[in-house]
Ligand binder design. Sequence first.
Ligand SMILES: [Zn+2]
Length: 296
Amino acid sequence: MKLIKALALAGVILGGLVAPAFAAPATVAEEIAAFDKPTQAERLAVLTGLLDARGLTYEVRPFTSGKPGAPEGYNVVVVLAAGGDKDVLLTAHYDALVLKDGTLVNGVVDNAASVVALLRAADALKGQTFQRGLRIVFFDQEERGLLGAAAYAASPDGQRVAAVFNFDINAYGDTPFYAAATTPVDAPLEGVITAACQAAGETCRGLQAYPPSDHLAFRKALIPATSFSYLPAAEVDVLQGFMAQLAMGERPSGPPPRILGLIHTPQDVMDVVDPATVEKAASLAVQVARAAENAR
Ligand SMILES: [Zn+2]
């Protein structure tokens, strides 16, 4: 803390600006761990601090869902390219689940790891030329029912969205998978996903019954959307079978995959996080942005 204070002071003296929370480049693990805070307001402050440290401009957009018990939420919008009349969105939720006792889970696997993956993708994408709009949007209140994503989809900018590539659960494991198209609206994304995964050197598995996440708020608004995750291959197998049985209204025949017993609990902690997975997700996000641009 003292060192950070000293660096902040140096920033003020040298630059005359408000010094960023991270004066020196932080590691992937340090950036993810920074989100482990007791309140959503502090998680938001960590996110804007990491954007400030990168020199990325952003807009914090308040929204109210009208859902009983839900406070005002704050989506954070980073415009990487403003061209054209349509935007491709790379997205991840930064909020963490509130437990019944009112405390926040640590929320590093779900979903600070994906947030940091997109921040790293932004580092690689900024300054590149894109003909069509490209935004990174960090959603609030996913855990309260995809409320931030729904607010964005319903806002005037929702009309500009060409496609949404959401990232949720990208903290350990080496096997990428995504929410496969389930309607003709999402079908055009499959080509982009295939091209992006190939360019990233990955074999991505499409799950028909992918767990609920922010992509569903856009699908509901008939906007093409998917979500990406990483897990160990064996765990993807278990998750796929488990979700498929649930989707068919069957009682799952086996135990749930590890990930479903870990997120939304006090076990969602840094010990589980493998920075190498987050780097992979960042590379995949970069390739998704490029493939979406090429698919125009
Ligand atoms: Zn999540």
